[in-house]
Design a protein. Structure first.
Length: 196
């Protein structure tokens, strides 16, 4: 374990998952490289009612407070550690992951830092966890999902579970965040395992 993680946030619906994941993950890594797409900023602002825009984008504006160990890197900045396989890290999580970004990863179109870092995770046989959200799915999307799984990625769809009877939206969202934690080998005490 290197204590380093790359995290991407795209413009799929589900900013709550990113918000809750990053805050918690920051307690477990020394360095989180955070890549946020332009469209993710818009969705974050809309869904979480945050005062965040491309003009004022920062960890503070995204999360409403500073989050330790999280460094924002520009989506179009390749001169940064996540762009290279020579930089050791524990992998990458994209939460939520749009079908656009998933399709670019599936087809090797690494035209920005998000897709390049995902490419790097796959070529270096590191964890690449994608949390897609779309409904309904077309055949192209399903084929792209199959392609990234075949290439070594793990797909954790943003499909919250109800069997723990969540009492609010945060608890519901945490059923997805907990599955990401589980696949990063992190403790998931905030959302208990079934029947434990
Ligand atoms: C409010 C809103 C919700 C969206 N939700 C989704 C979604 O759930 N899944 C998805 O794949 N795209 C969704 N989109 C479309 C993406 O934002 C769009 O495809 C964008 O190009 C993705 O770019 P990115 O992958 O660079 O973030 C949504 C767009 C908006 C404005």
């Amino acid at each position: 374990m290197t204590g380093r993680l790359v995290v991407g946030i795209t413009g799929a619906s589900g900013a709550i998952y990113a918000d809750r994941f990053v805050r918690r993950a920051a307690n477990h890594y020394n360095r989180i490289h955070l890549i946020v797409t332009d469209q993710a900023v818009e969705v974050f602002s809309t869904e979480l009612c945050r005062d965040v825009s491309k003009a004022n984008l920062s960890v503070q504006s995204l999360f409403g407070q500073n989050v330790q160990n999280v460094e924002l890197v520009q989506q179009n900045q390749f001169f940064t550690p996540p762009a290279s396989g020579s930089y050791a890290c524990d992998g990458m999580v994209i939460v939520p992951c749009s079908m656009g970004t998933l399709g670019r990863i599936a087809n090797g179109i690494s035209n920005d830092l998000m897709t390049r870092a995902a490419d790097v995770a796959l070529k270096e046989s590191r964890k690449l966890i994608l949390v897609p959200r779309e409904s309904p799915l077309n055949l192209i999307m399903v084929r792209n999902m199959a392609a990234v799984i075949e290439a070594g990625a793990t797909l954790i769809p943003a499909m919250p579970a109800w069997y723990h009877r969540p009492s609010n939206l945060d608890e519901l969202a945490d059923t997805v965040v907990a599955r990401i934690f589980q696949h990063l080998d992190l403790p998931r005490e905030f959302a208990p395992e079934w029947m434990v």
